[in-house]
Design a protein around this ligand. Structure first.
Ligand code: C2E
Ligand code: CA
Ligand code: CA
Ligand code: CA
Length: 278
């Protein structure tokens, strides 16, 4: 028994070591990626049910790494842990707002540009000033921009977060709670935080027709958003039945493969046209 125990510990520490090494490697590669411009953004349409058309997009970061496209789940957690999320997040905001300016100059007018921000980024020095600068520099109406913050990170109701979010709102920028329903059991923070939009987490849509809890939760979120006058976006709409359910139950905005995958900036307008024709 003793021997196996020792072997297990040895195996465990080798495994830990391997994981740490891998993270360090990704962190170094991420720094290089920033220096070498290997990141790019894709955009996924957000559809307005009442208007039956796409009204905006969410920017989603991608990493071109050795001829492969890496998705954020593979590198955002490491970037957050290693502090690289701050420069990466700045790059994302800057590129998205520059792209918005390009679209406006082309006469392609979107009502909403949603950008994901990590809480570490919001807490970083000069974040709000940088945001204000980017909006001015690219001549973007702040009302068009929405920052998405995951519910998980909003649950820490510290004074600093609250103050920063209020300053963001004072600029005229909106705030949405991403992955809503997964983060926290108490809804208390909604009262305190200046949020505009709830994004229903994709996991609830997956179980919509085979788990009555998921259906009840979606209905409850829709009802709550309505009574609090918050916008709601349903994320991860893949099937017609899900789409119909959401429409029939008072959801205004939807996002998901049913309408379109995230695409490169050039493909956004054609995708919008296709959605409008259907
Ligand atoms: P998220 O903010 O919840 O973004 C939605 C994710 O769901 C995206 O994955 C999107 O491609 C995917 N998705 C959209 N519609 C569907 C659908 O119908 N079915 C399914 N199965 N998936 C769908 P992606 O692009 O891989 O991003 C993953 C997460 O990485 C994002 O989740 C977000 O939390 C984070 N992320 C992405 N870009 C950024 C960024 O620029 N900054 C930060 N801090 N985080 C980011
Ligand atoms: Ca998001
Ligand atoms: Ca989400
Ligand atoms: Ca998510």
């Amino acid at each position: 028994v003793k021997k196996t125990g020792r072997n297990n510990i040895q195996f465990f520490s080798q495994e830990m070591n391997r994981i740490v090494q891998k993270r360090l490697k990704i962190a170094t590669e991420l720094q290089d990626a920033l220096d070498q411009n290997q990141f790019f953004l894709h955009y996924q349409p957000i559809v307005d049910y009442a208007q039956s058309r796409a009204i905006g997009v969410e920017a989603l970061v991608r990493w071109k790494h050795r001829n492969k496209t890496r998705h954020p789940d593979e590198f955002i957690p490491v970037a957050e842990e290693m502090g690289l999320i701050v420069p990466l997040g700045r790059w994302v905001l800057q590129s998205a707002l520059q792209q918005m300016r390009i679209w406006i100059d082309q006469g392609f007018l979107l009502n909403r540009l949603a950008v994901n921000v990590a809480v570490k980024q919001i807490h970083s020095a000069g974040f709000v000033d940088f945001l204000e600068y980017l909006l001015k520099e690219n001549r973007i109406d702040p009302a068009l921009l929405e920052l998405e913050i995951t519910e998980r990170t909003l649950m820490f109701q510290d004074h600093h977060t609250l103050e920063t979010l209020s300053r963001i709102r004072d600029l005229g920028v909106s705030i949405s709670v991403d992955d809503f329903g997964t983060g926290y059991s108490s809804l208390n923070y909604i009262r305190n935080f200046p949020v505009n939009t709830l994004k229903i987490d994709r996991s609830f849509l997956t179980g919509l027709f085979n788990n009555h809890y998921d259906q009840a939760i979606v209905l409850a979120i829709l009802a709550m958003a309505k009574s609090l006058s918050l916008d709601v976006v349903a994320e991860g709409v893949e099937q017609e039945e899900q789409d119909r359910f959401l429409r029939n139950n008072g959801c205004y905005l939807a996002q998901g493969y049913y309408y379109g995958h995230p695409v490169s900036p050039e493909k956004v307008q054609p995708l919008f046209d296709r959605i409008a024709q259907n």
